[in-house]
Write a protein that binds this ligand. Sequence first.
Ligand SMILES: Cc1cc2nc3c(=O)[nH]c(=O)nc-3n(C[C@H](O)[C@H](O)[C@H](O)COP(=O)(O)O)c2cc1C
Length: 204
Amino acid sequence: MATLLKVQAGLFGEQSQSTQLADRFVARWRTAHPNGRVIVRDLNANPLPHLTTQRFQALNTAPEDRTPEQQIVANESDALIEELKNADTIVFAVPMYNFSVPSTVRTYFDHIARKGVTFRYTEAGPEGLIKGKKTYAFLARGGVYPDGADTQTPYLKQFLSFIGLDDITFVHAEGLAMGEQSRERALALAHATIEELTSARAAA
Ligand SMILES: Cc1cc2nc3c(=O)[nH]c(=O)nc-3n(C[C@H](O)[C@H](O)[C@H](O)COP(=O)(O)O)c2cc1C
C-alpha cells in the first residue's frame, strides 16, 4: 500500500501556512492513491524531548546492553525511523522561525540520525541508509530570501540527504508577512507548483 508520511511543525496546527501547503499536496496525493495511507507526525502537538547525554547514550548503546530506561528512549527513536522507512513519500511542512527550522524539527532530526541505522560512514564518506523515497518540503516564510540568502533550505537538504533522503523537491512560500498582495502572490505561486507536481505524478 502506498504510504505517505507528513511531518509538520507549524505552531498554528492546521492553520500554519506550511501545513496548509502540505495538506493541499496530500489531498491531491490521496486522489491519485485512493487506497493509500497517510501518517501524520505533528512535532508541534507532540514535541520530542531535547537530546541529552542520557538520551544520546541510550541511542548509542547496543540493544542487548540497554537498561530498561534506555530501551524506552530507543523505542521512541526506532518508531520514528520505522515511520520513515515504511513511507514511500515523505512530506515535510516546515515554517521558518528565527531564520531556521523550528527547534522541534531539530530535535526530531536528533532522534532520527542514528549511526548504523539511518547513516553510516564508509571510506568514501557518509552513506544515508533510508533509500528510495521521494521527499517534498513545503517551506513558509514571512520574509523573502533572494539569491540563496536562505540557510534553511541548504540545511534541510544537507541533513535529509545525509540519511538518504536525497530526492527532495522544495516548495517555498515567501513574503507571507509582507502585506496581503505579497502573501496572495506567494500562495498562488506555491499552489501552482503543487498542481504541477501532482499532475506530473498522476500522469507518471
Ligand atoms: C516565532 C516565529 C519566528 C519567525 N521567524 C521568522 C524569520 O526568521 N524569518 C522570516 O522570514 N519569517 C519568520 N517568521 C514568520 C513565519 O515564517 C511565517 O509566519 C510563516 O508563515 C510561518 O509558517 P507557518 O504558518 O507554517 O507557521 C516567524 C514567525 C514566528 C511565529
